[in-house]
Design a protein. Structure first.
Length: 433
């Protein structure tokens, strides 16, 4: 029972058991799976709002100056999520023309769009110059491209991305971004060269940014990176209203063994304390502080629902083969990510079965969970994997002709489709013979 309760703690806080069936956001998951088919992704609006409020409260309580939050759209971005983020008072971080187009179609104003990207194409920069309020410049070459494309336009604010040469401890090396030799950002010398270029050409340089990695739970490596960044800010000569972003990347619990996960207050108290102290020591004006959460805003709000098609015994293993996998969630294959799950029905039955859970795709790496203890699940029944709201749909593919799944927003018993399942016609639309 304790294991089941621990797993339930990974789900949205609205989750409850009624008639021996899982409910989220006031909605019966079994009924939704029958009505919309699976794989099916569900987002709980109340959980999204709760995560957003935790960030706002922590920043307002711990930062003496102006502050802002930018939602990292790479975690999951579509029209409804962009509108939700803007409605929370957040900017939306877009990487490339495609994500910018989503933000614009969602009705976001220029000042609500911030553009990242390590190798922004001509089209990316054209979209950024036309629609964004802020461009985070990754390299010196990008500044030359901006000059060439600007054509006298009213330029967005420019921030420079700094590579501090320091990584945070993440779940996989592929999610570390701030270490020396990373493809992201500029060295100290390159930052100073870029700042001089901006002064010479009258470009609106207004801030510094760095991001050390994603899915960390110990904020301590941020302190030396903040010190390095503020040394640069002092040397550049930022005064008055300037912007500083130590990025995002705060982690979440994916598995009951990850609990307890340090809360957002712990992270923000550390970042704000170090930044304020470092500014005071240098005599620098407090910046407009920006944080860029993605995963920690949306991951817990989302769950993935799969139907078991086959129960199969091979060697010493029992496989639950489900109708989704690496096409809608590549994180296990890419990063070795560890997940938990529960059946939709008979939630509190004893965990008597030791099973592996895999998808239908022609790839041995198409495994969602290596091994987990579950109550017996029959063919045709459904399972739910929690903490599926980040880097699933945004990284989904059409591998083996898979069609990206339906996504529903749940709010107080109401169901709002925010993405429809792709059809075979959708797969053919871009093909030519």
């Amino acid at each position: 029972m304790m294991t089941i309760q621990a797993r339930l703690a990974l789900f949205p806080r609205s989750t409850r058991i009624e008639q021996d069936t899982l409910w989220i956001g006031g909605c019966n998951i079994e009924a939704l799976a029958e009505a919309y088919g699976t794989p099916l992704y569900l987002y709980d609006r109340a959980e999204l709002d709760c995560a957003a409020e935790a960030y706002r409260r922590a920043l307002s309580e711990n930062w003496a100056g102006d502050w802002g939050i930018t939602y990292a759209g790479k975690a999951f971005l579509n029209l409804m999520i962009a509108q939700w983020a803007a409605g929370q008072g957040f900017k939306v971080d877009c990487t490339g023309a495609g994500e910018i187009a989503i933000a614009v179609q969602a009705g976001l104003a220029r000042e609500q769009i911030l553009v990242h990207g390590v190798n922004k194409s001509r089209e990316d920069l054209q979209f950024a110059l036309r629609y964004a309020g802020t461009i985070v410049v990754d390299n010196l070459s990008e500044l030359h491209k901006i000059i060439a494309l600007a054509d006298g336009e009213n330029l967005p604010a420019l921030w420079l991305r700094f590579q501090p040469g320091l990584a945070v401890q993440t779940h996989h090396a592929a999610t570390q971004t701030g270490q020396e030799g990373s493809k992201f950002g500029m060295s100290e010398a390159q930052i100073m060269e870029a700042a001089a270029f901006c002064r010479t050409h009258g470009l609106p340089l207004q801030g510094l940014h760095f991001h050390q990695g994603s899915q960390f739970r110990d904020p301590s490596p941020l302190q030396p990176a903040i010190e390095k960044a503020l040394d640069l800010a002092q040397e550049i000569g930022f005064r008055g209203h300037w912007h500083f972003s130590p990025g995002g990347g705060w982690g979440v619990a994916y598995h009951e063994d990850d609990l307890p996960q340090p809360d957002v207050q712990t992270y923000i108290r550390a970042v704000t304390g170090w930044t304020q102290a470092a500014c005071q020591r240098r005599g620098i004006d407090l910046p407009h502080l920006h944080l860029e959460p993605g995963r920690s805003l949306v991951a817990r709000a989302g769950v993935a629902v799969y139907q078991v098609g086959t129960v199969k015994h091979t060697g010493q293993r029992t496989w639950l083969l489900v109708d989704g996998g690496m096409a809608d969630n590549p994180r296990k294959a890419l990063y070795g990510a560890r997940y938990s799950c529960l059946p939709v029905k008979h939630v509190f039955e004893p965990l008597t079965e030791r099973v592996s859970i895999a998808g239908p795709y022609c790839e041995s790496g198409d495994v969602l969970i290596d091994e987990i203890s579950l109550s017996p699940v029959q063919e045709g029944e459904w399972i739910v994997i929690p903490v599926s709201g980040a880097y699933h749909i945004s990284m989904a593919s059409n591998y083996n002709g898979a069609r990206r799944p339906t996504v529903l927003m749940l709010e107080n018993g109401q169901v709002y489709p925010i993405a429809t399942r792709e059809t075979t016609a959708d797969l053919m639309r871009q093909m030519r013979v």
